[in-house]
Ligand binder design. Structure first.
Ligand SMILES: Cc1ncc(COP(=O)(O)O)c(C=O)c1O
Length: 185
């Protein structure tokens, strides 16, 4: 099998993929398990970076693999007004562990979508429209989420949503609120 340097792989990637955030890392991932993935040179690499699910639960968690395989085989996707038992059971479970009166759930597919829904719900409930987000934030590539994202992708896309406001993210190491004597203002 060819290693990480495989020129045909990188030529194809360059020709057919739009980059997501920054440049692609110069490794070809071949498999992943637990906290590690393996690259095409056979190295096991501790994965600090992958999606929130694999970062917390590990790659290919056996229970998740089993549920995903069974669900896809039995009942995969339905129109949004059609309910099934797993959907209602999941909503009830989330409500059980969610704090306070957070007892109703909107199930969507991605982080961007959930932020989009949260922004819209907040606007609907408050009747207001200003959104404050931290600098160095990433909330997704959809319209509202991207307007509340300040770590990248703000140049060259025209105006963001009206009244998107930014707060400096806390940074005790290189704080912008420290005066010349090193004391917090
Ligand atoms: C904090 C945070 N919010 C939102 C998102 C967007 O999630 P998605 O790519 O699933 O839309 C990400 C993705 O990396 C994220 O790290």
């Amino acid at each position: 099998m060819k290693g990480n340097g495989d020129p045909a792989f990188w030529a194809k990637a360059k020709a057919h993929l739009v980059r997501y955030g920054g440049a692609f890392s110069p490794v070809i991932a071949t498999s992943a398990k637990g906290n590690y993935f393996t690259d095409a040179d056979g190295r096991r690499i501790l994965d600090f970076t992958s999606g929130q699910m694999s970062a917390i639960l590990g790659h290919s968690h056996p229970e998740i693999v089993e549920v995903a395989q069974r669900s896809i085989a039995e009942l995969d996707h339905l129109y949004s007004t059609l309910l099934s038992r797993p959907v209602v059971e999941l909503a009830a479970l989330i409500a059980e562990i969610a704090p306070g009166a957070l007892d109703r759930v909107l199930l969507v597919s991605t982080g961007g979508e959930s932020n989009e829904a949260a922004l819209r719900m907040a606007k609907l409930v408050t009747g207001r429209f200003e959104i404050v987000a931290f600098s160095r934030s990433w909330h997704g590539v959809t319209g509202g989420a991207a307007s509340a994202t300040y770590s990248s992708s703000r140049r060259g896309y025209g105006p963001s949503q009206p009244r998107a406001l930014v707060l400096p993210a806390p940074d005790t190491y290189r704080s912008r609120f420290i005066d010349q004597r090193g004391v917090y203002d």
